[in-house]
Ligand binder design. Structure first.
Ligand SMILES: N[C@@H](CCC(=O)N[C@@H](CS)C(=O)NCC(=O)O)C(=O)O
Length: 214
């Protein structure tokens, strides 16, 4: 693995990692330049190397200016602090509190959806929503319905980045939420920055991971 220069921003990710995709998407919102270091999470030797380097044994983590920050939510917060005027969180304190609450809810919740509808890269396949996940889907319905066919607070931010992966996860299983919540889901799916991140995660990350083992 390449050493990082002091002022360089390096995001370490893993193939197929949804948490890493969220961090990469937030980075994309900042306008900063960064480099990605990728571990192949299905490869035992790569995982072993990851465990030796990773503060918590997991991806993602970000290195910048001698600072190392791990966990997607902490990375998002760090990036917001670096560029508070960029609008990653809303300027209004009440809206910012709501954004933070909903990001934290996503970060620590939705366990049934996560385990019963595991994320995959590739062609969507149709599946009925599992019974165990229905209450979480209902909760998403409530959250997303507040947004409608736009970004949650008008301009794209951390909240949209966090929920974009969820929008894609449901889409991958042929699950389209109805009404205003569905409009938000479609908006996230069509978001060019999300599409670019998805493309990179699907193609560039495996290629970079293969190269770094050479
Ligand atoms: N809550 C953490 C979750 C990180 C996480 O679970 N990363 C997974 C990939 S999505 C990982 O590193 N797995 C490697 C392993 O379990 O050995 C975050 O938001 O960053």
């Amino acid at each position: 693995m390449q050493e990082s220069k002091m002022d360089e921003m390096v995001l370490t990710v893993g193939t197929g990692s949804t948490w890493a995709m969220r961090a990469a998407l937030v980075l994309g919102l900042t306008g900063f330049k960064w480099r990605e270091q990728v571990f192949e999470l299905k490869d035992a030797a790569a995982l072993h190397r990851l465990k030796q380097q990773a503060p918590a044994g997991l991806v993602p983590w970000l290195v910048h200016d001698g600072v190392r920050v791990h966990d997607s939510l902490a990375i998002a917060e760090y990036l917001h602090e670096l560029c508070p005027d960029r609008g990653l969180y809303p300027a209004d304190p009440a809206r910012r509190a709501l954004a933070r609450s909903l990001c934290a809810e996503l970060h620590s919740g939705f366990g049934q959806i996560r385990s019963r509808l595991p994320y995959f890269l590739g062609a969507p396949r149709k599946q009925e929503p599992p019974l165990e996940a229905l209450s979480e889907l209902a909760r998403l319905q409530v959250i997303w319905a507040q947004a409608g066919a736009s970004f949650y607070f008008g301009a794209p931010g951390i909240l949209d980045a966090f929920y974009a992966v969820m929008a894609q996860r449901l889409f991958n299983y042929g699950i389209a939420l109805p009404g205003a919540a569905g409009a938000y889901q479609q908006h996230l799916l069509a978001w060019p920055l999300w599409q670019a991140t998805l493309e990179r995660a699907g193609k560039d990350w495996p290629a970079l991971a293969a190269k770094s083992q050479g």
